[in-house]
Design a protein around this ligand. Structure first.
Ligand code: SAH
Ligand code: MG
Length: 194
């Protein structure tokens, strides 16, 4: 299994696929373990790295993950099969904003298009079990969120602006209480208030 994980890390590096950073995924796996999470919904599978890592926390965990890029979706299926986790990880090919999911989850992990985070959050909070958490990745966006004014590319500045808006949205959200962690590429954990 360690070999497969390494292979995936190399694959991601070669093809420039933004899989979770090591510190970030270790932190997430610890939370899954501690909070006794059983089922997970992931938005943004890429090649299946984080889905596999999360499923490996213990044998009771099941993951549903959504990916809209066909090549990555196919790679993810291959990697999940190699890991013998195809019974516990289900990948859905499609755009998460158009996907209809009825099931409820203990943890929802948002790790897809950064400009759409508010929409993902609003849509998928309906799929959260009582006491469940929503985890969001890349809120630091390689350190760029902290130094937006210095970014020269207009597109990039707009994207970083959207991430800032999402952070404000979480900070001001009355339904959820969010904690921010400067780990990996910046992670937020949002817990629904009862
Ligand atoms: N969670 C993965 C990394 C995901 S990278 C890991 O850590 O291993 C982000 C992925 O989200 C990309 O592969 C991209 O194609 C996908 N994505 C972006 N927007 C999406 C959307 N609206 N619906 C589904 N997938 C999306
Ligand atoms: Mg990420």
């Amino acid at each position: 299994m360690d070999d497969l994980i390494k292979e995936m890390e190399c694959q991601a590096e070669e093809k420039n696929i933004p899989i979770m950073q090591k510190k970030g995924i270790d932190f997430l796996c610890k939370i899954i373990d501690k909070s006794d999470v059983k089922n997970i919904l992931e938005i943004g599978t890429a090649i299946g790295y984080s889905a596999i890592k999360m499923a490996l926390v213990n044998d009771n965990i099941t993951v549903t993950s959504i990916e809209r890029d066909q090549d990555r979706y196919i790679e993810a299926l291959k990697n999940i099969k190699k890991a013998k986790l195809d019974k516990r990880i289900n990948v859905i090919f499609g755009d998460a904003l158009d996907t209809k999911i009825n099931e409820k989850y203990d943890l929802i992990f948002i790790d897809a298009a950064k400009g759409q985070y508010i929409r993902f959050f609003e849509k998928y909070k309906e799929n959260l079990n009582p006491g469940g958490i929503i985890v969001s990745d890349n809120l630091s966006f390689h350190g760029l969120v902290e130094q937006k004014e210095r970014i020269e590319s207009r597109n990039l500045r707009q994207l970083v602006g959207k991430i800032k808006k999402y952070i404000e949205f979480l900070e001001n959200n009355k339904e959820f209480k969010t904690k921010f962690y400067k780990l990996g590429d910046g992670i937020a954990i949002s817990l629904k208030e009862d």
